[in-house]
Design a protein around this ligand. Structure first.
Ligand code: AMP
Ligand code: MG
Length: 952
């Protein structure tokens, strides 16, 4: 196009009313717009000419926040092999700098706060460094270190220069050229222009000729001014409306599972992890893209979205995607900051099909393309996002695909120099994670650059493999839902499902618990078994009394899988009663007499018990329709009578391992508590593990203080009795009073006891707790153990070990264990599976999640309850078939956890509305359902406040 025609077009444009300008531009083909003729009219004030583009303006502000970081450095490193003509090199750079105003520019703020770019510098220095004296093997390291140092070293925007050139000499014929630009005057494209112009000028100067580079039609500042005018002419409003509608009002931050806690102020340090995509896979991906009429970029982005969804568990993702923004011929040859960033939002769930995802990505990408000129910085401004140093606004993850990257190795120089690009790992990065893909000489390359503040290298190389696995899965199963695409390596699945669950230990699980206790009675008949206040019983005495009661229970029809209720206060009789029910072959159902009558009555009916053991004074408060036996302290006469009636010998054991030992009720979300029926084998497994792990001896004393309606009490009662230790039953109410506890611990020389963490916290802060020097084992479970409580125990009770156990009532008390140590970690883990138990961290499709990624905890193995008592539907819902081992069941805990690289499990929270209040398990839904039954209540919501109060 000739200059005259162009000028005419430009005049017409300027004369048009604002709303017509866009139409006018749309009618032009890109190459018809000649910027040099799209003139900045002579009357434009000098200040306007020096104004910054939108991108530069934002960069300036960002840089102001942290002027001493190299966050916006743009580094490049080129290896030059062959004889180097130093004067030609310097001349070449002088020539390039002469051509590009940007390279001579500095940025400053005027007293009136306006910003301008000013041409200040005429030339640029080349700094020389000589590495030839270094031993050969150290030279490459020195290069990498120097490249890294350059990429991090901050620029001075106000004084310049904004291009640094460093020439490293490695040998007579080998040099490395380090080029570092500030992002405010450049981007990746500019770096290519710089290298290209340098080489062409160098070739010319080397032959003593003047370089013949094409004249630049405009300079960057012309573009900046044009951009502003064009946007202000209506384009900005139009594109902004599009993006605001597309992005909505919420701008969720994507949270990938990080290896290190996010610092308030980022270091911007990054590492680049390069990896390759197999060529045959790339061919298949191209074919798949074609079938779905999407580009390779869209397909790769789709796979990246799946990866992010799996890692974050978030279904509304935003990925930043840079676009070159050099659509006009006149700007192609410029060095400057043109690149724009778009936010591509994708909504997806595990149920989205591959086809749906690709269609959505395509739609988003095409829409973005049609609205690509709105500078990202204007979008941020318009959305009035809060500035937050620790997170990049609108997106934290970047994806960049370059369909064609010049192969610098293939460039032929007239002077005979060979070029090579040097990659190094140490980078700066403004983002949490960036995926780069580029096609070079027909091959697809990829790199993940990650913030060192957040991730370590192993996590990222795993992530890279997972992305490649997803690409393969897309090709193999294009008909699936994305949640069904396999992401992990087969070896990872093996490790997670099988290797980490090799917990097999032989225990006597075919022998019933009471038989094992009877064996202990044989070993230490005269040792003290049970202490309650002033009362105490030897092993032989306890056994004899439990036997008599057991025979009587048998006579009343108690046998395997017969449930017997027991509603007694803490007492010697409580222990005798529990043991007797087990000896008779039955299963006990603890009914806390402190519970409201209505709840007791519900549990009695729901469990279907035909017999209830209780104490005389409690009888009146209990439902009358059920046969009861009172266990009150027998006077001598009664004992004599009983002795006559029932033998004190061990009853014959009638039970099998799968018979029930106890049924304990927990809160139910639909308003009705449910009973978990646990087997004898599961209980023996749990107690055998505990003894093997923590080893009680005859010298130990265990304080039993947990209400017997909680399964923790089960080990408190029976672990000491299995091992010859002393079982000390706390007085009623004592478990809630730290001062009384301290007294009992000292008097009874307690070595072992349990706390729910909230009670531990009250206890450990009590005056005089240091005097509990007999304590050897403090077992915590029931809720998350705070690091602070752990530290208190370490400092106040240095001789005690602290254990964090985890387990639901549905799996025989506990399933994972952790011995607390001072790791300086932010939380106390729940550890690893106990013997013969298996733990799996799975997603909604029952696939193992990636390491470190949150998932639901599933339990398998010897500890699982047999069922929810008389609740087949609920049982089927929570106890599901194991997808990995045929015939096995898994219990869905509803607990949200993640696994560390060593397999140790960290507890994160609940997936549902179950809460713990001082260790008490409550389904908020149960309370809500009961409230809603009131005629005056239409809707009810229950919440926990400060972890302390229930509020409805
Ligand atoms: P329960 O059936 O009363 O034992 O309650 C089981 C639930 O308590 C689990 O599903 C967890 O939500 C929670 N829980 C038990 N132990 C722990 C622990 N050590 N850390 C965190 N939460 C726990
Ligand atoms: Mg538990």
């Amino acid at each position: 196009m000739n200059a005259e025609k162009s000028l005419k077009l430009a005049r017409r444009f300027i004369e048009l009313p604002l709303e017509k300008r866009r139409l006018f531009l749309d009618g032009l083909r890109a190459e018809e717009i000649d910027f040099s003729q799209f003139p900045i009219p002579a009357d434009v004030p000098q200040a306007d000419r020096q104004a910054l583009s939108y991108a530069q303006r934002r960069m300036w502000f960002l840089w102001q926040l942290d002027p001493h970081s190299g966050a916006y450095n743009l580094p490049g490193a080129v290896r030059l092999t062959g004889t180097l003509n130093l004067s030609a090199l310097e001349q070449a750079f002088a020539c390039v700098v002469q051509r590009h105003q940007t390279l001579r520019t500095v940025f400053r703020q005027n007293p009136d706060d306006s910003l301008e770019q000013v041409e200040r510098l005429a030339s640029i220095n080349v700094e020389h460094v000589d590495f030839t004296l270094l031993p050969a093997i150290e030279r490459e390291q020195a290069v990498a270190a120097e490249a890294q140092q350059q990429s991090l070293h901050p620029f001075d925007l106000a004084n310049g220069p904004l291009l640094r050139i460093k020439l490293l000499k490695l040998g007579a014929d080998e040099h490395v050229l380090l080029l570092t630009l500030h992002h405010i005057v450049s981007e990746g494209w500019s770096m290519n222009v710089l290298i290209d112009e340098f080489i062409r000028s160098y070739d010319a100067f080397e032959r003593n000729e003047a370089p013949s580079l094409p004249e630049l039609a405009i300079q960057y500042s012309d573009y900046a001014l044009w951009q502003r005018r064009w946007l202000e002419a209506g384009e900005q409003a139009r594109q902004l409306a599009y993006w605001q509608a597309k992005l909505g009002d919420e701008h969720p931050i994507i949270t990938l599972p990080n290896d290190y806690p996010r610092p308030a102020v980022p270091s911007y340090r990054g590492t680049r992890h390069e990896f390759a995509v197999a060529p045959e896979l790339v061919e298949q991906l191209r074919a798949l893209a074609q079938q779905h009429t999407v580009t390779l970029f869209m397909l790769l982005l789709g796979a990246f979205n799946i990866l992010l969804q799996r890692y974050s568990g978030q279904n509304d993702l935003r990925v930043g995607v840079p676009i070159a923004n050099r659509n006009r011929r006149e700007v192609e040859g410029l060095i400057g900051f043109f690149v724009n960033t778009q936010v591509l939002r994708t909504q997806l769930t595990a149920d989205t099909t591959v086809a749906e995802l690709l269609a959505a990505v395509k739609e988003t990408a095409l829409g973005a393309q049609a609205h690509q000129e709105l500078p990202f910085e204007q979008l941020v401004e318009a959305l009035k996002l809060e500035r937050n140093l620790s997170h990049n606004p609108l997106f934290q993850v970047m994806y960049n695909h370059q369909p064609q990257v010049a192969d610098i190795e293939a460039i032929k120089t007239a002077s005979g120099l060979t070029l090579g690009l040097i990659e190094w790992e140490g980078r700066t990065t403004q983002f949490d994670l960036s995926l780069d893909t580029y096609e070079k000489s027909g091959r697809l390359h990829a790199a993940l650059t990650y913030a060192n503040d957040l991730f370590d290298g192993a996590t990222i190389s795993r992530m890279a493999r997972h992305w490649c696995n997803l690409l393969r899965a897309l090709v193999d199963h294009p008909e699936r839902r994305i949640g069904e695409l396999p992401m992990l390596d087969a070896s990872e699945v093996q490790t997670r499902v099988h290797d980490w669950n090799r917990t097999h230990v032989e225990y006597p699980t075919h022998t019933s618990l009471h038989v094992l206790i009877e064996a202990q009675v044989e070993r230490t008949p005269d040792a003290t078994a049970l202490v309650f206040g002033a009362q105490s019983l030897s092993y032989a005495q306890l056994n004899a009394r439990a036997n008599q009661l057991a025979h009587e229970l048998r006579a009343r029809g108690v046998g395997p899988d017969v449930l017997v209720g027991i509603a007694v206060e803490r007492s010697v009789e409580m222990v005798i009663g529990l043991l007797a029910i087990l000896k008779a072959g039955g299963a006990y159902v603890p009914l806390d007499p402190e519970y409201p009558a209505e709840r007791l009555s519900y549990m009695i009916d729901d469990s279907g018990i035909q017999l209830l053991l209780t104490q005389k004074h409690l009888q009146v408060a209990l439902p009358q329709h059920i046969p009861v036996m009172c266990l009150d302290s027998l006077n001598d006469q009664q004992i004599a009578r009983q002795t006559r009636a029932y033998s004190a010998d061990n009853p014959v054991d009638l039970t099998r391992p799968q018979n029930l030992a106890y049924v304990i009720y927990t809160s139910g979300s639909t308003g009705k508590p449910k009973g978990a029926g646990n087997t004898r084998a599961a209980l023996v497994n749990r107690l055998s593990w505990m003894q093997q792990a923590y080893r009680l001896t005859a010298d130990d004393a265990v304080l039993q203080k947990t209400p017997f309606s909680f399964d923790v009490s089960v080990w408190e009662f029976f672990w000491p009795l299995l091992t010859g230790a002393r079982l000390v039953v706390a007085q009623p109410g004592e478990h809630r009073e730290p001062l009384r506890l301290i007294e009992t611990i000292r008097q009874q020389q307690i070595s072992t006891l349990h706390f729910v963490p909230s009670m531990l916290q009250a206890f450990i802060h009590e005056v005089g707790v240091e005097q509990c020097t007999s304590l050897r084992r403090i077992v915590c479970s029931g809720e998350a153990l705070p690091v602070d409580a752990q530290q208190q125990v370490f400092s106040k009770l240095p001789d005690a070990e602290l254990y964090n156990l985890y387990g639901p009532t549905e799996a025989a008390i506990d399933v994972t264990h952790w011995t607390c140590i001072d790791e300086g970690a932010a939380s106390v883990p729940i550890g690893l599976p106990i013997a013969n138990l298996r733990t799996l961290v799975l997603d909604a499709n029952l696939s193992p999640v990636a390491l470190g990624v949150a998932g639901e905890l599933y339990l398998g193995g010897a500890g699982l309850a047999r069922s929810y008592h008389r609740r087949p539907a609920l049982t089927a819902e929570r106890f599901v078939p194991c997808p990995f081992n045929q015939g096995e069941r898994l219990y869905r805990t509803g607990d949200w956890v993640r696994q560390r690289v060593d397999g140790v499990i960290e507890y994160l929270g609940r997936l549902d509305h179950q809460v713990k209040l001082r260790g008490l398990r409550i389904e908020l839904g149960e309370i809500e359902a009961r409230l809603a039954e009131q005629p005056s209540v239409r809707e009810a919501v229950v919440q926990v406040l400060d972890g302390k109060q229930l509020v409805a």
